[in-house]
Design a protein around this ligand. Structure first.
Ligand code: SF4
Length: 63
C-alpha cells in the first residue's frame, strides 16, 4: 500500500497522526507521511484514516 497526503487539502486536524503515528506525523500545520505502512495493522489504520479524513486529503493505493 502507498499512502500520500495532499498538503493543499489537509487542515491539520491531527486525526490521522493520532490514529497511525508510525505513518502520519503533523509537521507544522499539515500531516506528512513519515513512513509507508509496513504491517497489516498500519495498512488497516492508514486505510481507515483515508476514509475518515474530514477533507479527503489522504490517498491510499494498493501497490
Ligand atoms: S486526517 Fe486529514 S485533515 Fe486531518 S491531519 Fe490527517 S490528512 Fe490532515
Amino acid at each position: 500500500m502507498t499512502v500520500n497526503v495532499d498538503a493543499s487539502r489537509c487542515i491539520g486536524c491531527g486525526m490521522c497522526a493520532a490514529a497511525v503515528p508510525a505513518v502520519f506525523q503533523i509537521q507544522g500545520r499539515v500531516s506528512v507521511v513519515q513512513a509507508q505502512p509496513r504491517t497489516p495493522a498500519e495498512e488497516a489504520g492508514a486505510f481507515d484514516a483515508a476514509n475518515g479524513c474530514p477533507v479527503n486529503a489522504i490517498r491510499a493505493r494498493k501497490a
